[in-house]
Design a protein around this ligand. Structure first.
Ligand SMILES: [Zn+2]
Length: 192
């Protein structure tokens, strides 16, 4: 495939701005202030994280699912996704973090893997036209060559680079919407 062909087709693919809009929707559902106020209340933090999960899935057109568990996954693993049944496991220490984008990033990343799975199974359509079909082929190859801990098998695996890009866009959108909200609040303070 020539570089020009890829560049042309790539414009049809969902990009950073699409992911940013998803993050803005999450910020409307679970504002940073709500997360902050739930400090020291693990049940409330879990409820808010489940709301983030639902907001991400709804924005991506994924069927709503409560197949989500917060567990001890060890000191380094943040999340895991089951290709078999689409369930998510998220490290429970992320709920203790005062930065809500820590858990949001992992939820977005793992839910993006569910989106890949449903698109590859033909249960969701890829919005990218011809380029979308090429991306599906890349994901299929990526899953076949999945080798955790290796550079090509994991770090540069197409399913991982896609999930990382989606998650960082969602987090960017979350903070952008939060910053706008704070700016509006301080403007109305000044008017008083
Ligand atoms: Zn991943």
């Amino acid at each position: 495939m020539g570089g020009d062909e890829w560049t042309r087709g790539a414009a049809e693919l969902p990009g950073l701005e699409d992911f940013v809009l998803v993050g803005a929707r999450v910020a409307a559902e679970v504002p940073q202030t709500a997360w902050s106020q739930a400090r020291g209340d693990p049940e409330e933090r879990e409820r808010l994280a489940r709301m983030m999960h639902a907001a991400v899935r709804e924005a991506w057109g994924l069927p709503l699912s409560d197949a989500l568990e917060f567990q001890d996954l060890g000191p380094t693993l943040r999340g895991a996704f089951s290709l078999t049944d689409g369930s998510l496991r998220i490290a429970e220490w992320l709920l203790d973090r005062d930065d809500p984008s820590d858990v949001l990033q992992t939820l977005a990343h793992e839910n993006r893997h569910d989106m890949q799975r449903l698109m590859l199974a033909g249960r969701l359509s890829h919005p990218g036209g011809v380029a979308g079909q090429r991306e599906l082929d890349l994901w299929k190859r990526g899953l076949a060559e999945y080798r955790p801990g290796e550079v090509e098998g994991y770090v540069y695996n197409p399913v991982e680079t896609d999930a990382r890009a989606a998650a960082s866009g969602v987090v960017t959108g979350y903070w952008r919407a939060t910053a706008e909200c704070l700016a509006q609040a301080s403007e109305s303070d000044e008017e008083e």
